[in-house]
Design a protein around this ligand. Structure first.
Ligand code: FMN
Length: 327
């Protein structure tokens, strides 16, 4: 078995206890490598690459960039973290897994299903496996399956969201799990990040805030819509994906749909997720109807990834001092 990294070991290489969350059609090479170069774990779903070969190319490129940064600065960079969608609809799972095993990432996140089938090979390759979960039962099952850590999807997260209150969810999981916990949902600044640590989390995700960065591959209109929107513009619906998903209401309207009168669960035929290579005239979920979480209220501009991280570091530091949190 390869030498397994520990999360505590990785934490020493981070400027913040933060993961730039994996986001379909948003996280690309620039966002991920810039986050890692600036001391934040950079995650991306492997399905953002059109083929396993492309995934191999992305990982080579990111690794090469980070090696150059580490050499130039003499400092360790944050790890890159591929995200495997373990749902049975992902026909590429085994091929993508094979690519990851060759690259030996230090951290891998599994989502939308049980991590059980991929844990053993990833552990053998030395990776820490974080499994995302949205209920207590799924958290228990992921721990039983051997996940090293849990990503708790909570109410108001972007993408396919959780529904549990973060305070209640984190404390409930802490009562039976002492390992690494990552909070996902609603973290929009360094104050909220500090609060997540106080609550008992080791790390947190920021997704929505990273959509509106210059390096994200999201459409410019999507980024501008985030600046103009607030948490009140987030619609919780299962209509687009069959699972509860946080959608940006103005993008639903722009696609000619009535947010107040969407059909039930997964009933809207507007294209599938994984065929990202196909460019049809019909509006596609994720590509034309956009997702974001309650953290949208915290998006006020479209900075570079480095500027967003520097700002978050400052907020986080000030929030750690007595009465230092921004009001
Ligand atoms: C546009 C978009 C795409 C997403 N795609 C994925 C994905 O492919 N895999 C995944 O595990 N999570 C995905 N998520 C969820 C994020 O990783 C994360 O849980 C969420 O953004 C955290 O909440 P926040 O947006 O409030 O920070 C996505 C979220 C968004 C907004």
């Amino acid at each position: 078995m390869a030498q397994q990294t520990t999360l505590a070991g990785l934490r020493a290489r981070l400027r913040l206890p933060l993961i730039a969350a994996p986001m379909f059609l948003v996280s690309g090479i620039e966002l991920v490598s810039t986050a890692c170069a600036n001391g934040v774990i950079g995650a991306f779903p492997t399905v953002n690459c059109r083929t396993p070969d492309e995934l191999d190319g992305w990982l080579r490129e990111i690794e090469a960039r980070l090696a150059r940064v580490a050499e130039a600065t003499g400092e360790a960079v944050a790890p890159v973290c591929p995200n495997l969608i373990v749902h049975r609809s992902n026909a590429r799972l085994q091929d993508d897994l094979a690519v990851l095993l060759r690259h030996r990432p230090e951290l891998v996140i599994t989502s939308v299903g049980s991590p059980a089938p991929v844990i053993r090979p990833l552990h053998d390759a030395g990776a820490i496996v974080l499994a995302d979960v949205a209920s207590i039962r799924h958290a228990e099952r992921a721990v039983e399956a051997g996940a090293d850590g849990l990503v708790l999807l909570t109410a108001g997260a972007g993408g396919q969201t959780g529904w549990l209150n973060p305070f209640a969810f984190v404390r409930a999981v802490r009562s039976f799990f002492a390992g690494p916990i990552v909070l996902a949902g609603g973290i929009s600044d360094g104050v909220a990040l500090r609060a997540a640590e106080v609550l008992g989390c080791d790390l947190a995700y920021m997704g929505t805030k990273f959509i509106a960065t210059r390096e994200s591959v999201a459409d410019d209109r999507y980024k501008a819509m985030l600046v103009d929107s607030s948490a009140d513009d987030i619609l919780l619906t299962s209509a687009f994906t069959g699972l509860p998903t946080s959608m940006l209401k103005p993008s639903v309207v722009a696609a000619g749909l009535d947010p107040e009168a969407l059909p039930a669960r997964g009933a809207i035929e507007i294209g599938s997720d994984i065929d990202i290579g196909a460019r049809e005239a019909r509006p596609k979920r994720w590509r034309d109807v956009w997702s974001a979480g309650h953290a949208t209220s915290g998006v006020t501009d479209i900075p570079t990834v480095a500027a967003l991280i520097a700002r978050t570091v400052d907020e986080y530091r000030r929030a750690g001092q007595p009465s230092g949190a921004a009001r």
